[in-house]
Design a protein around this ligand. Structure first.
Ligand SMILES: [Zn+2]
Length: 354
């Protein structure tokens, strides 16, 4: 299968070249064909300043068909126009509704919807073209098979363009459509080649996501009963003695502690030591309070569920959620499932104790 990539004149050769560089690395039964003049820096494309327009689908697919005719490209090979212009239906890509193997992919505006180097969403669209042509008769057939709610599959409709990120992050195909590949006898070598490209896209997206998060995390400054997050509008949280004790306990235990281990002597000792910093009470009161935190009563062994400790953790987490952006909360809150270690994920290098 051959897919001819065509750079529309408004697309910078540098952008088109970056897309070509990645896609050409993945060799296999799907052959991506790129014209030399579209990727060489000829000094023209990058300085041409063309106003971006909204083009009709007729114009876009007409362009593909002209190209096909001029270059004598056989009917069974795909022609894919890469354009920065938007289009009448505001889609990121489409197959020619006439059924000819003509396609367009929008190479611009992805940065508004997907946090990624804008070459990767384009590569994703490009890589999945063979799946559509090998499993569907035409565009209306594709549309009849699309998911209206996103599943992280190439067949997601992505009416909400933000959903496009989910597909990039999963880099996968849903079970229903994998079955379709079998029914339609999609050659395994093609599936393998496309999966490799999707994996690459996925890794690039996740890598970028991670490095962005590291840059966005705020240091945490702890001074007596206050947690400060100077990176987030210098917001702060005040915790009561029990909450502060519990928070600092989990900070001290980097690997985390499951509830059922809370009654171990060294943990009790650490909690008592921490609690003393926040209480003027006598020794027996301190011990009593710590025992209540870990649910240790006379002759009563701790179980997996610890209501008192759960409530303290919920209160701490709620307070933190007032100061920390939602997407970054898991780094600062005490997290972990029932039976699993509860922990604070934050890189300890970001913490300062005053
Ligand atoms: Zn699917």
């Amino acid at each position: 299968m051959k897919i001819h990539l065509v750079r529309s004149e408004e697309v910078a050769t540098s952008h088109f070249g970056a897309i070509a560089d990645v896609i050409l690395k993945f060799r296999g039964p799907v052959e991506f064909v790129v014209r030399e003049e579209d990727v060489t820096e000829n000094g023209i494309a990058d300085v041409v300043d063309i106003d971006l327009k909204t083009l009709s689908w007729d114009t876009l697919f007409g362009f593909c068909e002209d190209y096909r005719t001029k270059r004598h490209i056989p009917k069974d090979e795909l022609v894919c126009l890469m354009t920065d212009h938007s289009n009448e239906r505001n889609w990121f890509s489409s197959w020619d509704p006439s059924g000819k193997l003509n396609f367009f992919i929008q190479t611009s505006a992805w940065e508004n919807f997907v946090e990624a180097d804008p070459v990767y969403p384009v590569i994703y669209e490009l890589a999945t073209l063979p799946f559509f042509t090998l499993t569907c008769e035409n565009l209306s057939d594709v549309l009849s098979k699309t998911h209206s709610s996103p599943k992280g599959c190439p067949f997601d409709m992505c009416q909400n363009k933000y959903d496009a990120l989910l597909r990039l992050r999963t880099g996968d195909i849903c079970l229903e459509h994998r079955d379709l590949f079998e029914i339609k006898d999609v050659p395994p070598a093609i599936t393998k080649q496309i999966y490799k490209i999707l994996d690459h896209v996925r890794n690039q997206i996740l890598f970028r996501g991670r490095s962005r998060i590291i840059k966005e995390l705020s240091p945490l400054i702890i001074s007596y009963k206050t947690l400060r997050f100077p990176g987030f509008l210098d917001s702060s949280v005040i915790l009561n003695p029990k909450q502060m004790t519990v928070f600092r306990f989990f900070l001290a235990n980097v690997e985390g502690v499951p509830f059922r281990h809370m009654t171990r002597p060294r943990h009790i000792q650490k909690l008592t030591e921490l609690y003393r910093n926040y209480s003027d009470s006598d020794e027996s009161t301190v011990i009593n309070r710590v025992n209540r935190i870990i649910n240790l009563r006379e002759g009563h062994q701790i179980e997996n569920h610890n209501v008192e400790l759960s409530q303290i953790i919920n209160k701490i987490n709620n307070k933190i959620s007032d100061c920390v952006p939602t997407g970054l909360l898991e780094h600062y809150q005490i997290t972990g499932d029932i039976g699993e270690p509860r922990l604070i994920k934050l890189d300890r290098n970001l913490i300062t104790m005053l």
